[in-house]
Design a binder for this molecule. Structure first.
Ligand SMILES: [Zn+2]
Ligand SMILES: [Zn+2]
Ligand SMILES: [Zn+2]
Ligand SMILES: [Zn+2]
Length: 437
């Protein structure tokens, strides 16, 4: 079993695999260091037991700005470094970005860190008015097991598991040989295979006058148009299998993996679930996090509300691109069969903070696909990118899609000003003449 302070993956893998059975993780695991409650939380087998653990450890917290500063330490260090090195000459708002929001004066801290990884402390709070430690309710959906990478259950998805394994074989893997000191310049290196593919996928985007959305490590990822754009707006990133090890300009996960942004999960409306926000400023175009879960093609109700579709069986352009790749015949056959199916990422039992982003009719995040190592549905990953500048403390939101919106058409509580269920009409009751008095 893993010990607090241990910094290897074997404890993490061992315990999670023991919990969830024989399942495959997709992609390299990020740095991990177990928290003190890692073993006890994961050995609680039922939702009820985990709810009891969370309730027992809950405590009040009073107006702790310093607590937020603690969570924001990587972010603050990064901005400080930019200011100290003179970047504030180019970016006028850097000092302002160092600001924090003010959390509610009294809150209930349910978990200091739901990830159970000391390197990514994401706390969970209840800010519901009138809630006390005695009447605190822990919703079952908070008891999911935190995973930083997608997983596949070989018993449920044998063909997809085979695709993942075969795609990761030396003869099928898509990788590059770029090698330099420091951060490698794969992006815009015409000889880099990963960059070439990244560029090819860009051609899937609708032909418009606007520049295409590009996926690289350091420039903001900007969407000029988001309607139905998801399927066309795809990236391809370098991975640890490349010579550059992904320490390069062609890796959309570069910033995500450095965990610069602190986040907190919170709940302030008893009719809604947990939401997500950051106590620090997030510039538009930042890849913030991955949306992880279990990859499967059939998601049962009611889990389907929180699952995100990741591939579409009618994606002819992607299928054509796959046919061009120098994969083995056997792998090509497998891809031909599996790419006709629609896969989803279901975060109901295993997931990360991505699942806590609330629904909004006018969201501030967009979810898009970025592939690593190969082009199979098992290699597709969802990442969440800020579409606008997001000020400290603002709820992070995504669009849950048409079916969800139709079901909520009468009762949407997203609270955005332009929500069809919003209360903008009440503005007519505002006495405009007295606004300045
Ligand atoms: Zn390269
Ligand atoms: Zn690279
Ligand atoms: Zn590469
Ligand atoms: Zn709404």
């Amino acid at each position: 079993m893993s010990q607090p302070g241990s910094s290897n993956h074997s404890g993490y893998m061992h315990t999670i695999i023991k919990q969830i059975g024989r399942k495959g993780f997709i992609g390299e695991l990020p740095p991990f260091c177990a928290t003190e409650d890692f073993d006890s939380y994961l050995s609680a087998k039922t939702i009820e037991k985990r709810q009891a653990i969370l309730k027992n450890q809950s405590r009040y917290e009073f107006s702790e700005i310093s607590q937020n500063e603690k969570f924001g330490i990587a972010h603050i260090k990064f901005l400080r470094k930019m200011v100290d090195e003179g970047y504030n000459k180019h970016f006028r708002c850097l000092e302002e970005y160092l600001g924090f929001y003010t959390p509610p004066q009294r809150r209930i801290l349910i978990s200091k860190n739901l990830t159970l990884n000391q390197y990514s402390p994401f706390p969970a709070y209840s800010d519901i008015e009138g809630e006390t430690l005695d009447n605190l309710r822990i919703p079952p959906h908070l008891t999911f097991i935190y995973i930083d990478r997608n997983i596949i259950n070989p018993d449920k998805e044998p063909l997809l598991t085979m695709t993942l394994d075969m795609g990761n074989k030396e003869e099928n893997i898509i990788r590059c040989d770029c090698c330099e000191k420091g951060v490698v310049n794969c992006y815009e290196n015409p000889n880099c295979r990963c960059y070439q593919l990244n560029k090819r996928i860009q051609e899937f985007q609708l032909k418009r006058d606007e520049p295409p959305t590009e996926f690289n490590s350091f420039s903001p990822i900007l969407f000029t148009h988001t309607n139905d754009y998801f399927w066309r707006c795809i990236g391809f990133s370098c991975s640890s299998s490349c010579s550059c090890k992904g320490h390069c300009s062609n890796n959309t996960f570069f910033m995500i993996d450095r965990k610069l942004f602190p986040f907190e999960m919170y709940r302030n409306d008893p009719l809604m679930g947990f939401l997500l926000r950051s106590p620090v400023f997030i510039p538009a175009g930042t890849p913030l996090m991955e949306f992880t879960g279990e990859v499967m093609d059939h998601v049962r109700k009611p889990n389907v509300d929180y699952a995100y579709q990741v591939t579409i069986g009618t994606d002819t352009k992607l299928k054509e691109l796959v046919k061009e790749q120098p994969f083995t015949e056997q792998y090509q056959d497998l891809l031909k069969r599996i790419m006709n199916r629609n896969f989803h990422i279901d975060p109901t039992y295993f997931g990360n903070i991505g699942r806590m982003a609330g629904h909004s009719c006018y969201p501030n995040l967009e979810v898009v696909r970025v592939y690593k190592r190969s082009l199979s549905p098992a290699h597709a990953r969802l990442i969440m990118i800020s579409m606008t500048d997001i000020y400290p403390g603002t709820p992070l939101t995504i669009d849950y899609g048409k079916i969800y919106e139709e079901r909520l058409s009468e009762i949407c509580r997203c609270g955005s000003f332009s929500c069809p269920q919003g209360h903008h009409e009440e503005l007519k009751n505002l006495n405009f003449l007295n606004v300045n008095t």
